[in-house]
Design a protein around this ligand. Structure first.
Ligand SMILES: *Cc1c(COP(=O)(O)O)cnc(C)c1O
Length: 455
């Protein structure tokens, strides 16, 4: 037993000697344990001591069908023995071709062209550059700006961070960034008393209309996270906002970029969130769930019309010369194909509807909690807003790090919950059962009880 106990500690110690982790103040690891995971099994992660953690956040929203998924693993093994990588300029391969065909099939109508990249932020960079470059190629070099929503998150490379509005990530680097035009989010949490989510959407569309009236001439695109602003605190809005936004973008001649990196592949109840608003964007960014959570890959889908604006004799200088070394990586594409095959072979969305209903039922009791201002859900994403005072919605001061207490409580009780500030949420892999949802909710509820106590 001592050996096993030491196994976690030994790995953590070696890790901390050389590794600099993402999204982490490394000093925290003086008191927050580093958890070495040696194995995954369905929705479970298993550490070096054999302790199991239910992955309540799909390992940063990537995993769909469980860790070490046997179907994806087998496909990958076979692909690794066939073709692991090939330059994607001048060369192609059947797996990327098949994947592009299938993505065009399953995404909203009008998206006909697929540009591959290797992570979400890179996809956002591609969409921003393509949109700007489209207008330039059309003789509109004066369009150099982007409209983003308050509370939005689109990644952390400089371009993607530029159109993000989460102060925690953005503030430090602001001097390096493009200045987007910020439009107020249709976030239903910000409703006026008595206002419905749909009415918030209508009011925010009017604000967007006014911004477009003033700025459309210098604006390339509006970029949004359809239905759920995830990193900004799982804030949700009514689909009518997207329908209205599509009409505004058409009217004012700016592109609509749908960043479905987090919400795509069934998270919100439909395969893509845009479907709930019956809209097709000019650009759709996909990543995270695209490979079922096994390998980094992203794709930007766009229209034939956008593509045609770049298509010209070489010396016209209109080509989109963006590239990444691992563009269209065959292993990643193969994992994506197998993921899409699972969607075809199994009633994933139907099953998710049952799981979502169960999750909703189990979370309902939290609505009456004196420190819970909001319980919201869209499909397989559910979030609880912790506040110091329910009546005024006064927040707990960020320095108190109440969410971190829930995280630590989760680790003690076999669940990976990683709150966003004071927002506790679950976004589990689709292979959880009802009893596993119960476990996540139980740990969240007891964790919240502990986190709100004064100490
Ligand atoms: C995670 C995320 C990104 C960035 O993806 P990375 O692969 O982490 O760079 C972009 N947009 C949204 C909406 C995301 O949730």
């Amino acid at each position: 037993m001592t050996d096993q106990l030491d196994a976690n500690a030994a790995l953590a110690q070696r890790d901390l000697r050389h590794i600099w982790h993402p999204c982490t103040q490394m000093h925290d690891h003086q008191h927050v344990p580093m958890v070495p995971i040696v194995r995954g099994e369905g929705p479970w992660l298993i550490d070096a001591q054999g302790r199991r953690y239910l992955d309540g956040i799909s390992s940063w929203w990537t995993n769909l069908f469980g860790h070490a998924n046997p179907r994806i693993a087998a496909a990958l093994a076979e692909q690794a023995r066939t073709l692991e990588h090939v330059i994607f300029a001048g060369f192609t391969h059947p797996v990327a071709i098949e994947l592009a065909e299938q993505l065009v099939q399953i995404t909203p109508p009008g998206l006909e062209k697929v540009f591959f990249a290797d992570n979400g932020s890179a996809a956002v960079e591609v969409a921003l550059k393509m949109s700007f470059h489209y207008w330039l190629n059309q003789g509109h070099g004066e369009k150099t700006r982007f409209i983003a929503l308050t509370g939005s998150y689109h990644g952390e490379t400089l371009g993607a961070l530029s159109v993000s509005d989460v102060a925690l990530y953005r503030k430090t680097y602001a001097p390096l960034l493009l200045t987007p035009i910020l439009a107020p989010s249709p976030d239903a949490y910000e409703a006026e008393p008595g206002e419905s989510p749909e009415q918030v959407a209508t009011r925010r569309l009017e604000a967007m209309r006014i911004l477009l009236e003033r700025h459309a001439h210098e604006t390339c695109a509006v970029i949004v996270e359809p239905l759920v602003q995830c990193a900004g605190g799982m804030r949700m809005h009514h689909p009518s906002y997207l329908t209205g936004l599509r009409a505004l973008c058409d009217h004012y001649g700016v592109h609509f970029i749908a960043d479905e990196i987090a919400v795509g592949f069934g998270r919100t109840g439909t395969l893509f969130a845009c479907e709930q608003a019956h809209v097709a964007p000019d650009f759709m960014c996909l990543s995270k769930g695209l490979t079922g959570g096994t390998l980094p890959l992203s794709a930007v889908l766009t229209t034939q019309h956008v593509y045609d604006a770049f298509y010209a004799e070489y010396n016209a200088g209109k080509a989109f010369l963006h590239s990444h070394s691992y563009t269209g990586n065959p292993l990643a594409c193969r994992a994506a194909l197998e993921t899409l095959a699972i969607f075809r072979d199994e009633p994933v969305l139907e099953r998710n509807r049952m799981l979502s209903a169960h999750l909703a039922k189990r979370l309902a009791s939290l609505r009456d909690h004196p420190n819970v201002a909001d319980v919201r859900q869209r499909g397989m994403i559910a979030a609880v807003e912790l506040v110091a005072d329910k009546a005024t919605r006064r927040d707990f001061p960020a320095e108190e790090r109440r969410g971190l207490r829930v995280y630590l409580h989760g680790l003690e009780h076999g669940a990976l919950l990683r709150p966003l500030g004071n927002v506790i949420y679950v976004m589990p892999p689709y292979v959880v059962g009802e009893s596993e949802i119960d476990h996540l909710v139980d740990v969240a509820v007891t964790g919240i009880a502990r986190a709100v106590k004064d100490d």
